[in-house]
Write a protein that binds this ligand. Sequence first.
Ligand code: NAG
Ligand code: NAG
Ligand code: NAG
Ligand code: NAG
Ligand code: NAG
Ligand code: NAG
Ligand code: NAG
Ligand code: NAG
Ligand code: NAG
Ligand code: NAG
Ligand code: NAG
Ligand code: NAG
Length: 500
Amino acid sequence: MGFSSLCLTFVSMYILSIFVLFHLVVANSLQSYTTACHDDEISALLQFKQSFVINTSASGYKGAYPKTASWNSAWNQTSNCCSWDGVECDENTGHVIGLNLSSSYLYGFINPNNSLFRLVHLQSLNLADNDFNYSQVPTSIRNFPKLRYLNLSCSVFSGVVPFEISQLSELSSLDLSENPDLTGYFPKFNASSSPLMSLKLSFTSFLINLSSLIEDFDSLKELHVSECNISESPLPFSLGNLRHLTYLDLSSNNFNGQIPSFLKNLTQLTYLSLFGNNFHGSIPSYLGNLTQLTYLDLYDDNNLSGTVEFHMFHKLQNLTYLDLSENKLEVLTKSRFLNNATALPKFEYLRLGWCDIREFPNFLRSQQTLQTLDLSGNKLQGIVPKWMLNTSTQTLTKLNISHNSLSGFEQSPAVVPWVNLRWLDLSFNMLRELSPSPSTSILYYAISNNKLTGQVSSLICNLTYLAYLDLSNNKLSGILPQCFGNFSTMKYLNLGKKFI
Ligand SMILES: *[C@@H]1O[C@H](CO)[C@@H](O)[C@H](O)[C@H]1NC(C)=O
Ligand SMILES: *[C@@H]1O[C@H](CO)[C@@H](O)[C@H](O)[C@H]1NC(C)=O
Ligand SMILES: *[C@@H]1O[C@H](CO)[C@@H](O)[C@H](O)[C@H]1NC(C)=O
Ligand SMILES: *[C@@H]1O[C@H](CO)[C@@H](O)[C@H](O)[C@H]1NC(C)=O
Ligand SMILES: *[C@@H]1O[C@H](CO)[C@@H](O)[C@H](O)[C@H]1NC(C)=O
Ligand SMILES: *[C@@H]1O[C@H](CO)[C@@H](O)[C@H](O)[C@H]1NC(C)=O
Ligand SMILES: *[C@@H]1O[C@H](CO)[C@@H](O)[C@H](O)[C@H]1NC(C)=O
Ligand SMILES: *[C@@H]1O[C@H](CO)[C@@H](O)[C@H](O)[C@H]1NC(C)=O
Ligand SMILES: *[C@@H]1O[C@H](CO)[C@@H](O)[C@H](O)[C@H]1NC(C)=O
Ligand SMILES: *[C@@H]1O[C@H](CO)[C@@H](O)[C@H](O)[C@H]1NC(C)=O
Ligand SMILES: *[C@@H]1O[C@H](CO)[C@@H](O)[C@H](O)[C@H]1NC(C)=O
Ligand SMILES: *[C@@H]1O[C@H](CO)[C@@H](O)[C@H](O)[C@H]1NC(C)=O
């Protein structure tokens, strides 16, 4: 596996960042600098540039390019480093205060004596998504007493993070995530004087002895500690004093025990992800009091059990993302409170897979903003009710009702009503008819392991974007429509034995 594959976040941000890049370029060319930059800083930047090779394997993000390549080494009186790509100067003093060389194909060691550390006025430093070849984070970081923003994510650092980083008394945002070889104890910050607001340590290997570090961090708003190699253990810290916390990601760590009760105190939370742990017990009712939540993920690998009155989420009026899938929960959706359309959040992403649900939840009637709906692995039986076909007709892109006991649609139109549907999984049911047909927008269509009989309708020829089609384990027969030879987009096709 190449290193760049670890940095998937960059790839998915590609489109957005093209847009951002465009704006940066425009903004840069309009800016004129009255103050020239200082000679010593120009030479520090040029020496920094010389200390690395440009290596296109060093950055994973598709919009990466070598920002330092345009830095002009034939500098003279009129060349101004303040207009160089990624360099920001103070307008009054001309000192370099910002350096953003994220995704710049930089490859090589960064030593404590690197000329970078002569840029003592830096307030912002972004070296994310490069390859520093397992360098240690240099102790000379202490040369930047004014640093507020430091981003070294996904750039192949290793070893212990130096104590000096905790002495940066202005630091408010620190991102060391996606450096899996960072190890050891994370240095202790002074919680009462540090202005740290955002701490991102996801996908590192720090022994999370964060307890003493973060417990009293009044200023902290964002904490990302996903995939930190924590082996099975109860949560080693309480965050109940972090009253300003808005973003908490503890996912994929193997924490066990109950869902931590300190969450009760975190009433400002908008984002809470606990997925991929091994939490036991029931979903505590106080989660229903965290009224600012927009995102709540309790998916997978957790062993949560007991019954959940879906009505418990009615106070979370801003909740758009909810995932309770793949636990051992019994989700009850028949409460009379749920008949009141105004009483539930407007979901965009709702996953209730394997939740022991026995009927299509009535509250879905009034959900008109769903993009993803997952009801797979439940105990739905009989027909898909007519009203389901009026739910989120404009917005739904992904529907999964596989692994139930559905036998058909109450009123089967020729084509499903979800005009933007891309993903439809109906497999492992008891469907008898290959109808309704997915809308033409479909990319993924699975209806294997049902009781389909008869011929494949030529309507399937209208699905011109289809990339994945699984019709296997049915009783289809007859002649395939001719178009099957012409699907140019198809990547996976399984028609079952009868046809082959
Ligand atoms: C480019 O970087 C990769 C690691 O990211 C390394 O394996 C490779 O040897 C480098 N190539 C050159 C020419 O330095
Ligand atoms: C200074 O460098 C710029 C390019 O950065 C070049 O266009 C200009 O001619 C140079 N001026 C002198 C006096 O050499
Ligand atoms: C750094 O530059 C990248 C483009 O290369 C941009 O997307 C990002 O927003 C910039 N970050 C900061 C903190 O300026
Ligand atoms: C990267 O590290 C390897 C192993 O220590 C070394 O052989 C290689 O020269 C280094 N490459 C650069 C560009 O620093
Ligand atoms: C910088 O430090 C490295 C080792 O840390 C050393 O090999 C190199 O000679 C030093 N360079 C300068 C210019 O002092
Ligand atoms: C650090 O940089 C990466 C890559 O540009 C970006 O995805 C991430 O959001 C940045 N972190 C912070 C805290 O800005
Ligand atoms: C932490 O900061 C406070 C306030 O500035 C100061 O009084 C205290 O001595 C510091 N503690 C340590 C251990 O440096
Ligand atoms: C919740 O906050 C109170 C202070 O308001 C504190 O005494 C208590 O210990 C906190 N609870 C937890 C579980 O941290
Ligand atoms: C939720 O908040 C209400 C009103 O503030 C309070 O009465 C109730 O006890 C809280 N429920 C839980 C489970 O904390
Ligand atoms: C929902 O979000 C809006 C805008 O961000 C905010 O004003 C409102 O207070 C939030 N609602 C609740 C119930 O927290
Ligand atoms: C529906 O819920 C809203 C908000 O919770 C409430 O104001 C309204 O009275 C309820 N309507 C009925 C018929 O229960
Ligand atoms: C399928 O495509 C044909 C020809 O392009 C068109 O006449 C027909 O209306 C389409 N059927 C549906 C259900 O979209």
